[in-house]
Design a protein around this ligand. Structure first.
Ligand code: ZN
Length: 369
């Protein structure tokens, strides 16, 4: 299902392909986030047009609203969203950090408040989590994990780790949709010995691919680098490695050089909505007064819809006036930029030029090592 096509000689970067029931994903790649079934401000048709082959939604949220029966009436989640590329579904483990949803956790499962249906309590067990994702028909289901906030004690991470491992085995047992891949999620916070333990556990208990969970929570680029290194060392080389919650160009480039293949994050759309824009020459902050009279596109080398049609000054104006159109155009550009960045990274790995590419980006993005 996963094949490495080119292994970079000077780093751990690799270019590969991941087969799913909806085609081939070329790795490394970035997935936009569609938690409730929609990427903020961007339609599934537009995603396809910009070359997005995979996205991630959320099995728990969609099963609560609109409900599995509504999606089943369409066929699968692909038919519901009218996106026929590969769809990953997250399990609901991430929602532990959502104070409005989370009630409690035990070895049995997670109790959530179903805010979409009058606030009643629901128990999400590993088995139930997999059952819901099986019905949604996503290409890749994620195991239920116990994901803790950044900055916890080692004891908290250790308990979460053990629970995550036990739940992964229960998920595997409950997994019935043979067209769907099931990925395990490693945990361990920023404790590298726990990260190693988690990787070793999953190396002994094979899954279709592996996610590195519990990141993108404010731990900083140095910690992300270290977790990527240890995951690269101890996770099986012949399966896809998916760093959850990572979506900033510096972190992605560093992680790719450490053998990571897949990323997702809400940052490109959220940053776009706040006027922080990625370009080939670094970030710009559109709220700065210097853009008031700027008639250039956001990025002169970008061929997205926004850059082809609008100036920085116009976009700044829309943003300042909180016009919906501005939020949409800026989100479009940022997701397009990251999609094209991943294509460039892949092309450079295949051409044997990845280390030089990484070096060239250092000038523009802080934190690339
Ligand atoms: Zn653009």
């Amino acid at each position: 299902m996963f094949k490495i096509q080119v292994q970079d000689k000077k780093s751990s970067a690799r270019a590969g392909i991941q087969k799913t029931a909806h085609g081939i994903i070329k790795t490394p790649f970035f997935m936009p986030v569609a938690t409730k079934g929609g990427v903020k401000h961007i339609s599934s048709i537009e995603l396809k047009q910009m070359g997005v082959h995979a996205l991630i939604s959320n099995g728990l949220i969609l099963s609560l609203t609109p409900g599995l029966e509504v999606i089943k009436k369409h066929g699968t989640i692909h038919d519901f969203m009218n996106f026929h590329g590969s769809i990953f579904t997250d399990s609901g483990g991430f929602q532990i950090i959502r104070e409005t949803l989370f009630i409690s956790i035990s070895d049995k499962g997670i109790i959530f408040k179903d805010l979409f249906n009058g606030g009643k309590k629901i128990l999400l067990t590993p088995e139930e989590c997999v059952r819901r994702q099986n019905i949604l028909g996503s290409d890749v289901a994620m195991c239920l994990d116990d994901m803790q906030h950044f900055g916890n004690t080692k004891e908290v991470y250790k308990t979460a780790l053990e629970r995550t491992h036990a739940w992964a085995l229960r998920c595997q047992k409950a997994h019935k949709n043979r067209k769907q891949l099931l990925f395990g999620i490693t945990q361990g916070g920023t404790c590298l010995d726990l990260r190693k333990e988690s990787c070793e556990f999953f190396a002994e208990h094979p899954f279709d691919g592996y996610a590195i969970g519990g990141l993108g929570l404010g731990e900083g680029i140095t910690n992300v680098n270290k977790v990527a290194e240890i995951s690269n060392e101890y996770l099986p080389k012949d399966k896809m490695r998916y760093m959850m919650g990572i979506g900033n160009p510096s972190e992605i480039i560093n992680a790719v050089s450490r053998g990571m293949d897949c990323f997702d994050s809400i940052f490109p759309t959220r940053n776009g909505r706040h006027g922080t824009i990625y370009t080939g020459k670094g970030r710009i902050h559109l709220k700065n007064s210097s853009f008031r009279m700027d008639t250039k596109p956001l990025d002169s080398n970008c061929d997205c819809f926004t850059c082809k049609n609008y100036t920085r000054a116009y976009l700044k104006h829309l943003l300042k006036q909180n016009e919906m159109l501005g939020l949409r155009l800026l989100s479009l550009h940022n997701v397009h930029f990251l999609t094209k960045l991943m294509e460039k990274i892949r092309k450079n790995i295949i051409a044997g030029e990845f280390p030089a590419f990484k070096k060239s980006m250092k000038r523009y993005y802080e934190g690339i090592d």
